[in-house]
Design a protein. Structure first.
Length: 374
């Protein structure tokens, strides 16, 4: 389940539906039918806002790997910028609390949504709209972490969600234990972390600009994200929550870098092998057919020769990949090797449109996607 098996076609990911409950059956993220439930709901989202704001990089690291780099922010999945979408109605309630208003007062009323058809009745819609461009939207009685890759096990992202939530709860608890009232403590948490709340279009060109103004990181590649993993702040929260020791946090960072290096290296080596064992021979056979009628060949010779040229460039880039540290090697593969793989891919795509169908050595997009129509 690669996150982006086909260029130009939507990739694949997971939605990790996540919530927390008490041993008495109270759901932290259900708006509640009584005062107790409503207070828990407002308080819990404050803790979550703190966690996402203060440990933003950790959440991004939870979904950082080579396959997901092709998908996040590609107009088909949430952006690499981690933000919180509690809904526009709740966003207004947060502003009211910050302004001195009570914690209670948010009305979680479901609404009727028209189907657009005169022959079908309106259907009951969730409390808040599910923003498909948001990485962490509210979904009525839970939050949905929508940036998990299709090849990932959800346990690691969920562990990070639990960690940041626990950090937020510990912070709020500390404020109250120091003498601050429940209302004021929640209001302060919202005030200090409201920049994490975004209810707009995450696909828009304006959002990265606005996110930068808010101080939210845009870690759009795995090496950039993983480089933040073992920061002093992250080591401290893992140690405080009794999850990882500082040494274990360092080790996890190295594992993530090495996993990225291994995946990209295997893909690059496979690409070279595909060219040298299959594509070269197919191009030669196709070009040979036009020896007596060179005008029919068009630009085949130039395209086929460019495949060899780009492959040789890729081989040189691969040979130079070994660096002193896993982080340096991962950064090199991301910034230097992947662009060269894309350059080779571009000329091979051109060749696919020229070469005789029977000679092309790999399944074409047409075969893979539409063979059931034949």
């Amino acid at each position: 389940f690669h996150e982006k098996p086909f260029a130009g076609i939507n990739g694949s990911g997971k939605h990790a539906n996540w919530s927390i409950g008490t041993d008495t059956g109270l759901n932290f993220f259900y708006p509640g039918k009584n005062e107790e439930g409503a207070l828990l709901f407002v308080t819990a989202i404050a803790c979550l806002a703190y966690g996402l704001s203060q440990h933003n990089e950790l959440v991004r690291c939870a979904v950082a790997h080579s396959g997901n780099d092709h998908r996040l922010g590609a107009q088909e999945a949430p952006p690499a910028i981690i933000s919180l979408y509690p809904g526009t109605g709740f966003e207004s309630h947060v502003e009211s609390i910050i302004g001195g208003g009570p914690l209670l007062g948010y009305k979680a009323e479901k609404k009727k949504q028209t189907t657009g058809s005169c022959s079908a009745m309106p259907i009951e819609a969730p409390v808040e709209d599910r923003n498909r461009t948001a990485p962490f939207p509210f979904c009525g009685n839970r939050f949905e972490f929508r940036a998990v890759g299709s090849s990932q096990n959800c346990s690691f992202p969920i562990m990070i969600c639990n960690t940041i939530m626990a950090s937020g709860m510990a912070h709020l608890s500390g404020l109250i234990e120091k003498g601050m009232s429940h209302r004021d403590a929640v209001a302060q948490v919202y005030k200090e972390n409201k920049h994490i709340i975004f209810t707009g279009n995450g696909y828009s060109a304006e959002w990265p600009v606005e996110a930068a103004k808010r101080g939210l990181p845009n870690l759009n590649t795995t090496p950039k994200a993983v480089a933040t993993w073992n920061s002093a702040k992250n080591k401290a929260v893992f140690e405080q929550m009794k999850i990882y020791s500082p040494e274990e946090t360092e080790a996890r960072s190295e594992v993530m870098f090495e996993s990225y290096v291994t995946a990209i290296s295997v893909e690059a080596d496979t690409m070279v092998q595909m060219m040298e064992t299959s594509m070269y021979a197919a191009c030669a056979k196709d070009l040979e057919k036009y020896q007596t009628l060179p005008k029919l060949a068009g630009n085949r010779k130039a395209v086929y020769e460019s495949i060899v040229d780009e492959t040789e460039k890729l081989k040189k880039v691969i040979q130079a990949k070994h660096k002193p540290t896993p982080q340096e090697e991962a950064t090199y593969l991301c910034d230097v090797l992947k662009p060269q793989m894309a350059a080779l891919r571009e000329v091979v795509d051109k060749a696919e449109g020229l070469i005789e169908k029977a000679l092309y050595p790999f399944p074409t997009y047409e075969t893979m996607l539409y063979s059931h129509h034949f």
